[in-house]
Design a binder for this molecule. Structure first.
Ligand SMILES: NC(=O)c1ccc[n+]([C@@H]2O[C@H](COP(=O)([O-])OP(=O)(O)OC[C@H]3O[C@@H](n4cnc5c(N)ncnc54)[C@H](OP(=O)(O)O)[C@@H]3O)[C@@H](O)[C@H]2O)c1
Length: 290
């Protein structure tokens, strides 16, 4: 392993364990989190330094990773006097793991270039468990030579990292991922309801079907908890609505209709109105109960 100094900005459900993998792999690691107590906790549990600002975290680093919430959250840690770009050394690379619009990826690539840095958009899939077990799928956009540099480091928390094209293509691949998840969850919600009403045992159904053609990550990881009415974990509806918004915008841009995505998005909007915005996306089954 090359001796690299790295920073991780955003120690949420995803970022906290991802930053941990960098530290455990021996990279000299600095972290920043808006709520400092989380950065302090991370520092207590890992080798590394908790910083007071994104700029401080970025200073002297070869690669700065970000994983925050939405487009504006990313802007708030990247730009400004205390932002990442103000601290990055020339030639360093900014990698954004946040799920954002493709437009933001293009904007950040340009801003990084102006500052003498490089950029890769790198949204992830695999959920909380994927981050905690270091087996994320990473979808990247940017230049090949820069991708090669950062892929070697991201390897510590990735099962697979793929370059899909220019800046923004990583985010567009993530949109495809989210459309697939919306469809699978809608199907799974209907399937579980039918199974329950028909007197089938869900665990037995999952164990029977999971290795066949209907098997999926959602079936293996969510069917049982859906049947048990457990949703207080995982990937929040609030995030999924942001992501489906990007999908619908992109569809409009290329002149496509996405009827199922629109329908699932509408159901999530209703669930948000009921105060379930922080619940896992598998709570979709609740929207079918009326
Ligand atoms: N959770 C998943 O299963 C999953 C899977 C794939 C992709 N993602 C994507 O990964 C990203 C992070 O998700 P997550 O589940 O880790 O979210 P999360 O647990 O809510 O954490 C969000 C992190 O971003 C920070 N943050 C938010 N707004 C900020 C701002 N304006 N300025 C500075 N920091 C800010 C938060 O800081 P505080 O601690 O101060 O709140 C926290 O560290 C999202 O884009 C999400 O769509 C999530």
């Amino acid at each position: 392993m090359e001796s690299k100094t790295v920073a991780f900005v955003g120690l949420g459900v995803m970022g906290y364990p991802m930053a941990g993998y960098l530290s455990k792999a021996g990279y000299s690691t600095k972290v920043y989190n808006r709520t400092f107590a989380k950065a302090q906790k991370w520092q207590d549990e890992h080798q590394g330094i908790a910083c007071e600002t994104p700029k401080q975290a970025a200073e002297g680093c070869d690669i700065v990773f970000v994983c925050v919430g939405n487009d504006d959250d990313v802007r708030s840690v990247v730009y400004g006097d205390e932002g990442i770009l103000a601290g990055m050394k020339p030639g360093a690379v900014l990698v954004d793991h946040t799920t954002t619009s493709a437009n933001l990826a293009v904007e950040l690539a340009e801003a990084a270039k102006q500052a003498g840095n490089a950029f890769i958009d790198a949204p992830v899939s695999g959920g909380q468990a994927g981050a905690e077990n270091g087996v994320l799928t990473i979808m990247c956009g940017g230049e090949a030579a820069i991708f090669e540099q950062v892929a070697a480091v991201m390897d510590v928390y990735a099962k697979q990292a793929t370059l899909l094209g220019e800046h923004g293509q990583g985010q567009r691949c993530k949109m495809v991922n989210q459309i697939c998840i919306a469809g699978v969850l809608q199907g799974l919600s209907e399937a579980i309801q039918l199974a329950q009403k028909s007197g089938l045992d869900i665990e037995q159904v999952v164990n029977t079907l999971k290795h066949g053609a209907a098997g999926s990550w959602q079936m293996e990881n969510r069917a049982t908890t859906m049947a048990q009415d457990k949703f207080d974990f995982g990937f929040a509806i609030d995030w999924m609505r942001k992501d489906l918004g990007f999908c619908l915008e992109e569809a409009q841009r290329v002149g496509l209709e996405l009827p199922l995505t629109q329908q699932v998005d509408q159901r999530y909007a209703e669930l948000q109105e009921q105060g379930l915005g922080r619940m896992d996306t598998s709570v979709l089954i609740k929207a079918l109960e009326k």
